[in-house]
Design a protein around this ligand. Structure first.
Ligand code: TXA
Ligand code: MG
Length: 360
């Protein structure tokens, strides 16, 4: 009996590895061509690599969800390179948005607006709002400009796993699933953009990220923090930012977040040492640790923590750890974004070792 070909060969896309160090490099133009033909390209941004597709095409957007294995109820951010691209996408630009856009765009700030309805409904998962960001990375901007398209781009990783901060991370996750990866070097910031909702009575930070809450409050003092930032929403409560309700950013290694001082942390970890246990710690903890460790930055250097976090989560898996005890960072400045990612990577499994003033 004849076996149909499609049953023998699983269709796999051949993923091209492109590169660009300058906006005029050919990789930018090849990437733009692929995007115009409704393909998928992982592109560098200053935060993390994004899996880009034409935001005006329902077909291209559907491919993003499929390639990442992303739940349909988690909406995507649309990336633009100029204000000219913003206006057709939104119903209105609220007053509060203007100073933020002036100060932080281009940059790692995503703003939620009321949608004009121009983008396919799949992008916003049926919400009446749209998330928009103008990235600062020169290669990301060049790809948007050359393609002439607003680009939907979630982080370019398999859904649920650590976000990618290098082209190699994108390849590790998405080789065979997308058309190309555009290598523009490692990402400067290392955690995603801050997501700020401007459609309600008060501005609300839905996800802390590259622009700190303190920076936003310096312009909009009434800005609030969604309870989802530092906690788990009750199951029955609809998530204001659906991406924040999942276990997320997680390596295969099980992780537990330990909140407390460096001595309390190292004592706890050393007392619970056994084969397969590792510490995902801050550099200050290293001298007192008696278990294998990976340090994700210095306590006083949130920039370093953010830049290395996702790479270190991937290294835990490579090291073959079964369980990692994670030292919690502070909850202010850029460290709040690191804390927020770790909390989800640990699936909200935390142990409070002691009362520490900054944990309040
Ligand atoms: O830095 C970043 O933002 C990166 C780079 C590639 O730009 N992108 C990124 O996308 O992190 P993603 O899909 O991994 O995260 C998008 C977040 C999710 O938490 C999602 O729920 C939220 O933005 N979001 C998107 N549209 C929304 C909307 N209309 N209302 C509320 N939250 C929204
Ligand atoms: Mg993501």
């Amino acid at each position: 009996m004849m076996i149909p070909f499609k049953n023998i060969f699983k269709r796999q896309i051949k993923t091209k590895l492109l590169s660009a160090t300058d906006p005029s490099d050919s990789g930018v133009f090849t990437a733009a061509e692929i995007l115009k033909r409704e393909g998928l390209v992982a592109i560098p941004t200053e935060t993390v690599y994004g899996l880009a597709a034409n935001a005006l095409s329902a077909l291209a957007v559907a491919k993003i969800f499929k390639a990442k294995g992303r739940p349909q109820d988690n909406p995507l951010i649309v990336h633009i390179s100029s204000l000219k691209m913003l206006y057709p996408l939104v119903l209105e630009v609220p007053e509060g948005a203007k100073p933020l856009m002036e100060r932080f765009w281009p940059g790692p700030l995503t703003l939620i607006f009321r949608s004009s309805g121009l983008i396919p409904k799949e992008i916003s998962a049926g919400l009446k709002t749209i998330a928009i960001r103008m990235p600062a990375h020169p290669i990301a901007r060049a790809v948007i400009e050359v393609s002439g398209l607003p680009l939907a781009a979630p982080s370019a990783n398999l859904s649920g796993g650590p976000s990618p901060t290098t082209a190699a991370h994108c390849m590790a996750d998405l080789n065979g699933r997308i058309d190309a990866v555009l290598d523009g070097g490692p990402c400067d910031i290392g955690v995603e953009s801050t997501v700020l909702d401007l459609t309600g009575e008060y501005p609300v930070v839905l996800r802390p990220g590259g622009i700190t809450v303190e920076e936003i409050r310096s312009l909009l003092p009434e800005t609030r923090l969604s309870p989802a930032v530092s906690g788990q929403l009750p199951a029955e409560q609809a998530a204001p930012s659906p991406g924040m309700k999942y276990k997320h950013y997680a390596p295969k290694t099980r992780m537990i977040l330990l909140e407390g001082s460096s001595p309390a942390y190292t004592d706890y970890v050393n007392r619970n040492a056994r084969p397969g246990v590792m510490a995902l710690c801050l550099s200050e903890d290293v001298p007192r640790l008696a278990v294998p460790f990976i340090a994700y930055g210095r306590e006083g250097d949130p920039g370093e923590q953010a830049r290395s976090l996702f790479e270190k989560l991937r290294e835990l898996d490579e090291a073959g750890a079964e369980l990692a005890y994670v030292r919690s960072p502070r909850r202010d400045g850029l460290s709040l974004a690191v804390y927020n990612r770790l909390l989800r990577a640990c699936a909200f499994d935390t142990i409070r070792l002691e009362e520490s003033p900054e944990a309040k």
